[in-house]
Design a protein around this ligand. Structure first.
Ligand SMILES: [Zn+2]
Length: 215
């Protein structure tokens, strides 16, 4: 395929695979000694599929506002600037180096995440009914590949980077995990409950999909 940029990862596997990431990067995995012409032939066979995925990821990225400065962060679906003056988020002067300021911003955003997520959880808990009483608490974690999870013991874990995406998308993830307090599976009963509690979840899930590139 002409001009297609991809990252090749050789390993002791037996088959080939290709992934198109939300960022538009292409990863090709193949056996250690597979010759280049075979790799190219494999990609040629999947050219249409790859081009479709690339267009799709490009369209999704256009939904997301762009950060154009190193002092920009994503926050609740917006781009905010930070600085020691004339910025959306003012960093106290005592955090005078770039790295100290970044740590300050990270702590600020984590605190924002915690209070917003808690508020949304308590807003929706009553609609979960009696199983909502199983809710034990919220844990925040930095995760690369997922937005949240729910344990059988009643703890909900949310990705602290979820604070970067629009509120509607955060709500979608919160409701999804809360509904796991009732059904620890993705069966029909689970989806009915999600639909009941948050009818807009299909739209917010589609938008969230576009935001996975900022994880
Ligand atoms: Zn789930």
């Amino acid at each position: 395929m002409d001009g297609l940029q991809y990252e090749l990862k050789r390993s002791s596997r037996r088959t080939m695979s290709v992934e198109v990431h939300p960022t538009g990067s292409i990863i090709v995995r193949c056996p250690l000694r597979m010759p280049l012409y075979e790799i190219e032939r494999f990609l040629l066979m999947r050219e249409t599929w790859i081009q479709e995925r690339l267009l799709d990821s490009e369209a999704k990225r256009q939904l997301i506002p762009q950060r154009t400065h190193p002092h920009h962060i994503y926050h609740r679906g917006d781009v905010l600037s930070w600085g020691w003056q004339n910025a959306d988020i003012i960093v106290p002067q005592r955090h005078s180096t770039h790295s100290a300021a970044q740590k300050y911003i990270e702590r600020w955003q984590r605190a924002e995440a915690e209070s917003l997520f808690e508020a949304m959880i308590h807003e929706h808990l009553p609609s979960i009914g009696v199983p909502g009483l199983r809710y034990q608490g919220l844990k925040l974690r930095k995760m690369k590949r997922r937005w949240g999870s729910c344990s059988s013991t009643g703890f909900i874990t949310l990705n602290e980077h979820l604070i970067r995406v629009p509120d509607g998308c955060i709500r979608g993830v919160v409701v999804h995990e809360l509904c796991h307090l009732v059904h620890l599976h993705h069966g029909a009963a689970f989806h009915h409950l999600v639909q009941d509690v948050y009818p807009d979840h299909r739209i917010s899930d589609a938008i969230l999909d576009a935001w996975t590139s900022v994880l």
